[in-house]
Write a protein that binds this ligand. Structure first.
Ligand code: F6R
Length: 359
């Protein structure tokens, strides 16, 4: 039930801190240990390469979890689109381990790949919001998102839920492998901090609505830019904006702008930059200057420590490996408000279905 909310999407954005806290409860075992099937953890730890296979927002969640899995487990991660993997399968490593990310657990493109990798005998894990779904039944292992039903077509709490579950899993695998970075990463504590950071952004709704009105109410196109994890969130931010508000939006690696995309910048083009990392922040700042000098109107979403007085959206500090969980929230609210402003049905965008059961 959406209760007093005008749209499910807003309710589901608001539920994200609760989902984070629920995941802590569900996956935290006795004496602070991760409570995940040891057979799953061992199989993951013994693999030499992780293949994440997913579509749309779930694929973007895969990208956002890549670095944290690699840092905590020391196992390389590849992220693939299901619909591409199915027909152009990459050369696999000697001991691959597959992760299928799917809110619904019913996505046909992903299922097709799972059927193939099952036939090849490779271990697979489905991370899904729906217990008993097709992808869950057909994969050897399942981890649940515990996000509650996601009704809005535009996925929000499943994206953050998927990244959070992968951070918990990576912690367990890294500890199993005695990786120092994993031992030092207090995942449940860090996810609680994330939940509070999300709360404070969600409480700042009016501010983000004002920014959506200012930047996105009438524009034909818009760009998100960032580097590394901020680039991955940019892709998700752009998908969210385009699928419900119909603004032509793209997420770009900030460093790639000068290799082509900058040609699209005109007087007044909105460019939203995401900055959560110190190492890449100054470079992205340079790119902001470049687009501004070509007439772009820029909106900066930046982590507290790196904020300048003119930056519009300031993100509370969280563990760097979990920055996506927080930086994505204002972009969800920007997409939501742009859509309201433009007068479209937020929950039921044209041409889209909640679960895509055809290839
Ligand atoms: C975007 C969106 C879609 C889904 C995609 C995969 O907001 O919802 O891009 O993420 O269709 O769906 P699942 O995760 O159910 O496999």
């Amino acid at each position: 039930e959406k209760g007093t909310y005008p749209f499910y999407m807003l309710k589901e954005i608001d539920e994200q801190p609760t989902v984070m806290r629920r995941l802590v409860q569900e996956y935290q075992g006795d004496n602070h240990q991760v409570n995940i099937d040891p057979a799953l953890v061992a199989e993951f730890a013994q693999s030499d390469r992780i293949y994440i296979v997913a579509c749309g927002t779930s694929n973007n969640a895969g990208w956002s979890a890549k670095t944290l899995i690699e840092k905590l487990t020391n196992i390389p991660v590849e992220v693939h689109l299901s619909s591409e993997f199915a027909y152009d399968m990459p050369l696999l490593s000697a001991k691959p381990f597959f992760i299928y990310l799917s809110q619904s657990g019913e996505t046909a493109d992903s299922r097709q790949v799972l059927v193939t990798t099952n036939k090849l005998g490779h271990p697979a894990l489905t991370i899904t919001n729906v217990a008993g779904s097709t992808l869950s039944r057909e994969a050897k292992h399942t981890l649940l998102l515990y996000a509650g039903p996601e009704i809005a077509v535009a996925s929000t709490k499943a994206y953050t839920g998927q990244i959070a579950v992968m951070s918990i899993l990576a912690k367990a695998v890294g500890e199993y492998k005695q990786i120092q970075a994993a031992k030092e990463f207090d995942v449940f504590h860090e996810l609680s901090i994330v939940a509070s950071a999300m709360d404070s952004l969600i409480n700042d709704k009016q501010h983000i609505k004002d920014l959506a009105d200012e930047f996105l109410a009438t524009t034909r196109n818009a760009f998100y830019i960032g580097r590394s994890n901020d680039y991955y969130v940019s892709m998700e931010a752009a998908l969210k904006l385009k699928e419900i508000s119909y603004v032509q939006a793209e997420g770009f690696a900030a460093g790639e702008l000068k290799h082509g995309t900058i040609a699209l910048i005109e007087e007044g083009t909105p460019v939203m930059a995401i900055i959560t990392e110190e190492v890449t922040g100054s470079h992205t700042r340079g790119n902001i200057k470049e687009v501004e000098s070509r007439g772009a109107k820029t909106l900066v979403i930046v982590t507290e420590k790196l904020a300048k007085p003119t930056d519009q959206i300031v993100l509370p500090t969280v563990h760097p490996l979990l920055s996506s969980l927080v930086s994505v929230v204002p972009t969800q609210l920007l997409a939501y408000n742009a859509t309201i402003q433009r007068g479209y049905d937020v929950d039921k965008p044209r041409n889209l279905a909640k679960s895509v059961t055809v290839e």
